[in-house]
Design a protein around this ligand. Structure first.
Ligand code: IMP
Length: 216
């Protein structure tokens, strides 16, 4: 659906353009209870789809300048990185390989436990390779500090970090970020891969969660 149609409240369904009716929260046009929208849990939008898209184009241009002839191994940190690494790598018209790691995360909490565990390791040896770590958000920096130290022991040619969001007010560890998308306020955010208790990763933009969602 293009932007004009979306703004005009139209949607292309089954070969025909239909007008969308705005409904009061929780009710459909016939007054019946409707499924709640993900957006109902969002207090404010921090970064829109359009802002994310243009930031990714900027990041990709900087990465291409530095790595075009290096065939980097782009390492996504699961699970939050999945939309970002997909969009970022598709914006890079150059040779690269993609692999993933998974670490212990916050679970159902909004505060870091401070304990990092590798749940899934790389499939690819990195000795002599240029490694570009792709992360959704850096908060305290504990996860990346641990990962970088761990990967250094495997003797890569270089390790660089690209993060979409940087909550640098919350940083307790010294982590060198080479490519930074947005500086993020020190609030719990969801969407575009970021979750709360496994939910909201599929929200197509980044927003601040209403506190009542995690206080209830
Ligand atoms: P750090 O180790 O404290 O830097 O935390 C990094 C990880 O915490 C990220 O990869 C996210 O999974 C998670 N995280 C930190 N802040 C947020 C947030 O605001 N929303 C969702 N996940 C977050």
């Amino acid at each position: 659906m293009d932007r004009l149609s979306r703004e005009a409240g139209e949607m292309f369904i089954a070969g025909r353009t239909r007008r969308l009716t705005r409904c009061p929260a929780g009710r459909d046009s016939g007054g019946r209870m409707s499924t709640p929208s993900l957006a109902d849990a969002i207090a404010e939008t921090l970064f829109s789809r359009e802002q994310i898209e243009s930031k990714i184009a900027e990041l990709a241009a900087a990465i291409a300048d530095d790595f075009a002839d290096k065939n980097p191994l782009v390492v996504g940190i699961l699970s939050g990185c999945y939309p970002f690494i997909a969009d970022l790598t598709r914006a890079l018209d150059m040779k690269l390989e993609v692999d993933f790691m998974a670490c212990s995360s916050y679970g159902g909490s909004t505060k870091s436990s401070g304990v990092v565990r590798i749940l899934k390791d790389l499939n690819t040896p990195i000795e002599g390779r240029h490694v570009l770590i792709v992360e959704d958000i850096i908060d305290t920096g504990l996860t990346l500090k641990y990962l970088v130290e761990n990967l250094q022991t495997r003797h890569p040619a270089s390790i660089s970090i690209c993060t979409l969001l940087d909550k640098h007010e919350a940083r307790s560890e010294n982590v060198e970020v080479r490519y930074r998308g947005f500086v993020c306020p020190n609030k719990f955010v969801v969407g575009y891969g970021l979750d709360y208790d496994g939910q909201f990763r599929n929200l197509p933009y980044i927003g601040v969660l209403k506190p009542e969602v995690y206080q209830s």
